[in-house]
Design a protein around this ligand. Sequence first.
Ligand code: HEM
Length: 538
Amino acid sequence: SGPETVSPTGQPTGAEQARVAQSGAYLTTAQGNRLYETDHSLKAGPRGPVLLQDHHLREKIMHFDHERIPERVVHARGAAAHGVFQGYGTAAKITKAAFLEKDIETPVFVRFSTVLGSRGSADTVRDTRGFATKFYTSEGVFDLVGNNIPVFFIQDAIKFPDIIHAGKPHPDREIPQAQSAHDTFWDFVTLHTEATHHTLWNMSDRGIPRSYRMMEGFGVHTFRLVNAEGATTLVKFHWKPKLGVHSLTWEEAQIINGMDPDFHRRDLADAIESGAYPQWELGVQTFPDTPDQTFEGIDLLDPTNIVPEELAPVQPIGLLTLNANPSNYFAETEQVAFHVGHLVPGIDITDDALLAGRLFSYLDTQITRLGGPNFGQLPINRTHAPVNDMLRDGMHQTAVHTGVAPYRPNSLDGGCPFLAGNDTGAYIEVPKELPAARKVREAAASFDDHFSQPRLFWLSMTPPEREHIVAAYTFELGKCYEQAVKERGLQVLANIDGELCAQVAAGLGLPAPEPTVPHTEAEPSPALSQLGQEWPAD
Ligand code: HEM
């Protein structure tokens, strides 16, 4: 059985005990021994040397010395809240996931974050924001680990250490702390041009949200949903905030950074405390699960692509309401462990090479961050469904497992039968034909067009939004020391749009280069070429 909350002697253990620990008539040691004093070390006389035999002193300082755990390697700074998710029942045709059924209410925990800054960095920096949701469903935990930007910098997880090394502070001076205005970031994203689309979103107003309550969220990858009959549909997940999408201006962001670096976490907590519960609708764009996994010429396995909502509207499937603040930041916001591989029946993955690497990375990093393999037993990570696993022992084991046969088959503990039938559990692969393949270290040719979707995004902007983008590129590229990096930045912009490039070049005092990738060479999909009309002149 799963982690016990009552010890064999009937005493409360784990979370229950922890909750009562900071109250009572007297202070105790960790072992429950009463203390009459905690203000003075034990000494040989009032002015004498401190005695090593003082267990309370040693325990108190030892525990303090180990209060910090490693911060997340990315998304270190975050704020979170509890809430509830209510299914609309509208997804029943495409998925058997029970929590999406009509009026089913599922407890959730959501953590918002910046990506690059360390735990103590400021909130209103220009960066991508994380939007990670843990659904404690009746069928086990489902985590939707998304961002507020619908595309990613890279198409293959093997490049993740590269983009993060480039985005984090320079190894020599450890600056800048939390923004992309530096040489290594621009060096990488201008050499590795599949990053162009995500970078352009970062330089737009989406890079400085006004509030976590006013951000969209995206699952980014294409997922595969499975219905009760076993039929599959490809989807992209979207969170739509009821308050609408709003950003800060750059000037506001700068002032707030100085006056209140905790602006976003304060805003979230204050809103919830005052009863102004933020809400998001969860929606899906749906695509037929065809063998080539493309839609209107857009490769669905390439996470640098969006599918425009004009081509595939977002259909609402449920409502998220955040209604309670964490009571302890460390126990909840810091110790929560999300994982893209936490899936429930009816939700499956696709062969997106970025997603594949994430499936490995989160478990792996959490073993270090949370000190061993048992972090699933931490109160915030515990499933609300019954647990009957055969995982045993390990660092920080808090369950008191019963039984003698944590193996299968066995004849001593009930034999550990499989589920009846084979369609009621998680991790049941939908049989899919794989194309005849040879081992390669390369991407499909359909992953090569790095500029037509960024151009589409630029063309969809209003004049003030374009001004903000030009100002952002000018400021951020202007912070680079290396002239060659600035020039390559302009070259990338020339490949997106001549006007964007010319304006940033003027701001930097540099000549505007000609595009090296003519727009006709990397032919956008037929559907895309009909979109992205120029914004009409006033
Ligand atoms: C953490 C999103 C790609 C590795 C996170 C978090 C989010 C997120 C929201 C913060 C979770 C939290 O609040 O605790 C995304 C998205 C991605 C992406 C949307 C692309 C679509 C990747 C890739 C890798 C990766 C490709 C590695 C190959 C990590 C790691 C953490 C993390 C190691 C820290 C987890 C922890 O310490 O608990 N990611 N990520 N991510 N991500 Fe990603």
